[in-house]
Design a protein around this ligand. Structure first.
Ligand SMILES: [Ca+2]
Length: 286
């Protein structure tokens, strides 16, 4: 290599390094400023504002301690007070199809409360997802949808404090056998869907606008009142359960009219929806 080229490359490297050092120094300064602002907000009683800032700089100084304290003292109380059938907002996900206004708060339906743990499922279908790739199987543990729920969805939808509240659970298949892998975010099994959503109409689920943009197909299901008359119904969608269907490479899903399709649907169908479920821990002895 020519000497002049070497010098030029060294100069470029030096400039790049200087740029990185400046950027790091600046980001450190910004984080310090954000931290100081957050502490001021906390002390002045603006807990919501302080919480948002502390979670943005979660690994800086004792931001995590502050964020957890605010969460425990404020938001957690609301979750603890919930009963079956009520809803809560927890985490954020793009739902109105307009990314410029940021993600919207996710609404969850409480399915069960056991001691300090609350089982929730998203009120709406949030995203089109295949159960697995065309070369995959009906097996929940190795499914692509399980990876998506426990990695991308969990990471992008919840701040670090919220993530720490989503507990690991050893789930069972429909035969009562416990899976070897633990889940934090999951799909209900066919058995759980029937147990927690007893009536067919309880299982009817609307898709968000963003879920439709992502490919979820909506259908106006026939819904009847107690006299057998057809009633006006919103367009609803088909959502996956984690149970194997009876057909080869199929997984069970819930149809737009709330019926559970036990024969299953082909795992690679990409127009059926993910409706995440999870247990939220509301205790304070972490
Ligand atoms: Ca939005």
């Amino acid at each position: 290599m020519k000497k002049s080229v070497k010098i030029a490359l060294a100069a470029v490297a030096a400039i790049a390094l200087a740029g990185i050092i400046i950027a790091v120094a600046l980001s450190g300064k910004n984080r310090e400023e954000t931290y100081n602002n957050a502490v001021s907000m906390y002390e002045s009683g603006d807990l919501k504002g302080a919480y948002k800032m502390f979670t943005e700089i979660y690994d800086y100084s004792d931001s995590a301690v502050y964020a957890k304290r605010i969460y425990d003292e404020t938001f957690l109380e609301n979750i603890r007070a919930l009963n079956k059938g009520q809803t809560l907002f927890f985490g954020r996900y793009e739902q109105d199809g307009n990314t410029s206004n940021g993600p919207e708060e996710i609404e969850w339906l409480v399915l069960d409360v056991r001691g300090e743990d609350v089982l929730v499922i998203s009120k709406y279908a949030l995203e089109a997802q295949p159960f697995d790739t065309p070369s995959g199987t009906s097996d929940w543990e190795s499914s692509a949808i399980r990876r998506w729920l426990n990695k991308s969805f969990l990471f992008f939808s919840f701040d670090p404090v919220e993530q720490s509240r989503v507990i690991e659970t050893f789930l069972e298949d429909d035969s009562g056998k416990t899976y070897a892998t633990a889940d934090r975010v999951f799909l209900l099994s066919a058995k759980e869907a029937e147990e927690y959503m007893k009536e067919r109409t309880d299982r009817i689920c609307e898709a968000t606008d963003q879920a439709v943009v992502s490919g979820v197909s909506k259908k106006i299901a026939k819904v009847y009142d107690k006299y057998g008359r057809t009633v006006e119904a919103p367009a609803t969608c088909n959502w996956w359960l984690r149970s194997c269907g009876t057909g080869e490479n199929t997984a069970i899903s819930v149809y737009p009219d709330g019926q559970i399709n036990n024969s299953g649907n082909v795992i690679s169908d990409d127009y059926r929806a993910a409706r995440p479920a999870m247990w939220i821990y509301t205790g304070t002895d972490e």
